[in-house]
Design a protein around this ligand. Structure first.
Ligand code: FAD
Length: 406
């Protein structure tokens, strides 16, 4: 019998396994896929953005308590997580200057996955792949897991269970949402789920025709008459709508809150555009705008402002200028949906933070069961924040489960 059975061998589950194993527990990981950490392998375009260079609770979104978030991050500060990867797992990390993201110097997500698996094995953890957990029964003295393994139904006992089955984005990696069903069946209240960090669809054919173009923007999400968030990030046009860090980061406001997205092109507000026009008033307007934005986008903006590109700034009528400035500084990106879980990087919603003890991540409704990772109603923005969440909560769940046995 295992002391601790971990459901899911992804980012959070492997971290939980390492720390539970190192704390002396007999640990088994049950992973439905052929191998552990398949999502790590595809992360960051195969390079794995392991961590952000800096982090703050405002980089995360939850409908739960922000105090709980802060408390959880204090259990394993970012610098210490980084040291764990560099010193303990011996993965050299490099910071990408422009984005501040941390990647393995080898640019290999496989290195990250393999080192985590190796560390779990060195801590004595048993990793069982092709094991799908279909049910968890809470018994008086522990748990019984109902498992489908290689075409057979088996039952496995456990003293403690760590639920680390991930969300439901990119289901072909194994995280198909069954973790939410397991959480609900063990009496956890779930916050409504939705695809997050997801490309957005647009009904505007002219904007979709800009597919492949990228432009720097300051985006803001407006809901209920208020700006809910604003950030500076690149926006990418796709044949379906919008992607890139700006659209992905803003997507949860659109998908969850029905927010409207507005952008300031080149991240310049109205005053900055006015200043740019004044500073180079003898230039052709298309040439001037082309100094800041891709030409095809400039053509579209001038067409919508009904201004011929060959006009010099000084030749523009005040009315034309009044039409142009809002298009440059406060352009609405029309959206009519998202690209769903197949394209989403993470799942928003899930197990509410209030469902667990924030000091240990032990479930309040099923004592002896611990929750971690993407299953929670917490998402981070692009840039290594979602792995940071998985590492921090995975470690805490694994360590707490092992400590509770003593
Ligand atoms: C394309 C893509 C790229 C990404 N890139 C980055 C990045 O560069 N940086 C970053 O910070 N985040 C990135 N993310 C997000 C990040 O991968 C996740 O937030 C993170 O993997 C969540 O960790 P987790 O352990 O909670 O879930 P997962 O890593 O999804 O692991 C859950 C595991 O549980 C297994 N499982 C599920 N159900 C069962 C069951 N019933 N029985 C047994 N096993 C089960 C799954 O097979 C899976 O292996 C990316 C996501 C995607 C989709």
């Amino acid at each position: 019998m295992s002391d601790v059975v971990i459901v899911g061998g992804g980012a959070a589950g492997l971290m939980a396994a390492i720390f539970a194993g190192r704390a002396g527990a007999r640990v088994t990981v049950l992973e439905v896929s052929n191998a552990c950490g398949l999502k790590i392998l595809v992360s960051g375009g195969g390079r794995c953005n392991v961590l952000p260079g800096a982090s703050d609770p405002s980089d995360f979104f939850t409908t739960g308590s922000r105090n709980v978030l802060k408390r959880l991050f204090r259990t394993w500060p970012l610098d210490d997580v980084r040291t764990f990867f560099e010193a303990d797992l011996a993965i050299a990390l490099k910071e990408e200057t422009a984005s501040g993201k941390l990647f393995p110097a080898s640019n290999s997500a496989k290195e990250v996955r393999d080192r985590l698996v190796g560390a779990a094995q060195s801590a004595g953890v048993t990793l069982l792949t092709r094991h799908r957990v279909r049910g968890i029964d809470h018994l008086e003295d522990g748990f019984r897991l109902r498992v489908r393994a290689d075409g057979e139904d088996i039952e496995l006992p456990a003293t403690r269970v760590v639920l680390a089955a991930g969300g439901q984005s990119l289901p072909k990696t194994g995280s198909d949402g069954s973790g939410f069903a397991l959480a609900a069946a063990t009496d956890h209240a779930l916050v409504d789920r939705y695809p997050a960090l997801v490309p957005l669809r647009s009904p505007d054919a002219e904007l979709r025709a800009l597919t492949g173009l990228a432009a720097p923007v300051r985006w803001r999400a407006l809901a209920g008459g208020k700006t809910r968030e604003t950030r500076e990030r690149p926006l990418l046009f796709t044949h379906r709508g919008f992607s890139g860090p700006a659209a992905l980061d803003a997507s949860h406001w659109v998908v969850r809150e029905g927010a409207t997205l507005r952008v300031a092109w080149a991240a310049m507000d109205a005053a900055a555009w006015e200043f740019a026009l004044e500073a180079e008033s003898r230039k052709r307007i298309d040439v001037l705008l082309g100094d800041f934005l891709p030409n095809r986008l400039v053509e579209l903006l001038l067409r919508r402002a009904n201004i011929p590109g060959h006009l010099r700034v000084t030749q523009m009528h005040p009315k034309q200028r009044r039409r142009l400035i809002p298009l440059l500084a406060d352009f609405e990106l029309p959206t009519d949906g998202d690209e769903g879980y197949k394209k989403a990087e993470v799942t928003g919603g899930g197990v509410g933070l209030g469902e667990v003890n924030p000091s240990t991540l032990e479930s309040r409704s099923s004592p002896g069961l611990y929750v971690c990772g993407e299953l929670f109603d917490t998402i981070g923005r692009m840039g290594g924040y979602n792995f940071l969440w998985a590492w921090v909560t995975g470690r805490l769940a694994g360590e707490s489960a092992a400590a509770s046995l003593r």
